[in-house]
Design a protein around this ligand. Sequence first.
Ligand code: ZN
Length: 240
Amino acid sequence: MFLGEPPPTQADLHFRLFGIPVRVHPFFWVVALLLGMGGRKADPLITLIWVVVVFVSIVVHELGHAFVQRYYGGRPWITLYSFGGLASCDDCDRSPRAQILISLAGPFAGFFFAGFVVSLLVALQRFEGFELDWIPVVWTPFESPPLEIGLRILMFVNIAWGALNLLPIYPLDGGRIARELFTLGNPRAGIIQSLQLSVGAAILVAVYALTRQLFFMCIMFGFLAYGSFQTLREYRNRWR
Ligand SMILES: [Zn+2]
């Protein structure tokens, strides 16, 4: 998910995974650290666990996109920065079917990752069941606090963030899927309809977050609603 690519910096970290180039912009670490420290009592160990788990989880998500991009003949690369990641590619298949599957592959890579960890919990006889919550998996808690906290963060990021990412809001994965589906149904007005849906859905999520006192989420979806609204206005002006 998320906007355009930031320009290269000297502090970029570069490596390859399964032949796919990955670049980590320094802001990725800055934002991950700030989010990791927020709300908790800035315990250094917990913050470190948070940063590592978020890093691994976002790489898994972007690899999901990149594998399907490669399946469709593209040459993908991954960029991690500020709020998340981006899987870009050259020669990518722009057909709606390919684009929808590429967008779905990110969140589902996270769901499979969480599913793999759940299967480990089952093997360890610690799995207790599912519930409707931000961390929808219940297990017998581990005595080791770092392990228990790392597991909670892993489930939260891979399941809850993945699910939020599927909401039909720009520039989340769900917003891209909605755009493809709407333009399939109506090539002329599809983009505008998907932007209208994006504004409405983002406002609903922001209001929901406010009622639950999830202020960071409220601000974030408020920004997304505003961004979609601006894009919608630009489209309308262009078509007039
Ligand atoms: Zn994504």
